[in-house]
Design a protein around this ligand. Structure first.
Ligand code: PMP
Length: 411
């Protein structure tokens, strides 16, 4: 029998070191602040949202209802039903030219759990993960949680926020386990073309101990006729140590349904399944049935929504084009723009506050004009801020007018 030792227990922190190492999501905190202000009766133009504002397509909702009526309300296979895994394998063949067996497919509660499982299954203390910055907020936190070391590689606006293969090569050590690539990117909207990926894949080919985590969650949100290329499609030897991560959240407006999936080496997939079996077990059986319909059903909605997002992106770029102090590249994907506010840092607001950094700038926009955006530091690159344009055209137009007014009042 273990006897509880109060003396030694009093010397330790109340919570585990691994949870003390991580921070709550800063973009989640920004969204929470919006909800608080709204509860106080303020009208906030919310551009913090990382999710489509469109409803889940009706054919998907109907498929979920039918699954419930058929009694598909029980536990399923831990990492996805056979029919969903087959559907996902077909999706990779059809859309990406990638060939996988069902044993190479994993389904979890969102792409977020997929990433969590993959890192949990592979990182030991001190293992390194190369993360190009700006990055999605959760990447470095997850790596730290498992005792890994996030190796952040800066990708400034001058490089269109894309990884320089020379910087990648320099960042690799004998402890590197993964390179984490996210195209289209949250928060910049940057999309790697095949030509831009080739030299990066070349570096990986020369470093066979480095695996590739490719987060393709925004795959279907690309604009200006750009053809999406997933990094695994470039080289077979690198594909064999790549985990391609995707999901239905962004493409099919299904953020709340919590279905993400991945394809990769069978030995990794089975370790991820083992872990998931002891953590959450299967994702919702109903959501899995809905995901089958999303991936197998009519696909026209993808193009229609992408056209709407492209129009909104243009609307925001036009709205910000002549704003003094802001500079914004034209991103080709996702639903974010990531303007620089460098020229506004050090300026004074009408009440005399000096803007020390991008966090101050975002606070000023919220307080003075009721426009909520997320500061660049949250994503590892300052001084910038992220605007999500997954919201109504009218909201975006009004937000740009207010941002312009706020900037013109700085001195
Ligand atoms: N990757 C990126 C880059 C994201 O922006 C998100 C959602 N914000 C996810 C993964 C997770 O998506 P989900 O868990 O909803 O599938």
């Amino acid at each position: 029998m273990t006897v509880f030792d109060a003396a030694s227990a009093s010397n330790r922190s109340e919570f585990a070191a691994r949870v003390n190492r991580i921070q709550p999501s800063q973009s989640g905190a920004a969204a929470q602040r919006v909800r608080e202000l709204q509860a106080q009766g303020r009208t906030i133009l919310n551009l913090t949202q990382g999710e489509p504002d469109f409803d889940t397509p009706d054919n998907v909702v109907q498929a979920a209802l039918a699954a419930m009526k058929r009694g598909e309300t029980k536990y399923t296979n831990t990492d996805g039903t056979a029919v969903l895994k087959e559907t996902i394998a077909k999706k990779f063949a059809r859309e990406n030219g990638l060939s996988y067996k069902v044993s190479q497919i994993s389904v979890a509660n969102g792409a977020k759990q997929i990433l969590f499982n993959a890192l949990a299954a592979t990182l030991d203390h001190g293992d390194e993960v190369i993360i190009p910055a700006p990055y999605w907020v959760s990447y470095p936190e997850m790596v730290s949680f498992f005792g890994g070391v996030p190796k952040i590689v800066a990708c400034p606006a001058a490089r269109n926020f894309k990884l320089d293969p020379i910087d990648l090569e320099r960042a690799i050590t004998s402890r590197t386990r993964w390179l984490l690539l996210n195209s289209p990117s949250n928060p910049t909207g940057a999309v790697y073309t095949r030509r831009e990926l080739e030299p990066i894949i070349d570096v990986l080919r020369r470093n066979p101990h480095v695996w590739l985590l490719s987060d393709d969650i925004y795959e279907h949100l690309v604009y200006d006729g750009l053809e999406y290329c997933t990094p695994a499609a470039i080289d077979q030897s690198v594909a064999e140590r790549t985990l391609v991560v995707n999901g239905v959240s962004k493409a099919y407006c299904m953020t709340g349904w919590r279905i993400g999936y991945a394809a990769g080496p069978a030995k990794l997939i089975s370790q991820m399944a083992k872990l998931q079996s002891q953590a959450t077990a299967n994702p919702s059986s109903i959501s899995q049935a809905a995901a089958v319909e999303a991936l197998n059903g009519p696909q026209e909605g993808l193009r229609e929504r992408a056209e709407k997002y492209q129009r909104r992106r243009n609307l925001v770029l036009e709205g910000l084009a002549s704003v003094p102090g802001l500079a914004c590249d034209k991103p080709s994907g996702a639903f974010y723009v990531f303007p620089s506010c460098r020229d506004l840092i050090g300026k004074r607001t009408p009440d005399g506050t000096v803007l020390a950094d991008d966090k101050d700038f975002c606070k000023y926009l919220l307080d003075a004009e009721g426009v909520a955006v997320v500061h660049g530091a949250a994503y590892g690159l300052s001084p910038h801020f992220r605007i999500s344009y997954a919201t109504a055209d009218e909201t975006l137009k009004e937000a740009c007018v207010r941002i312009a007014r706020a900037c013109s009042r700085l001195s």
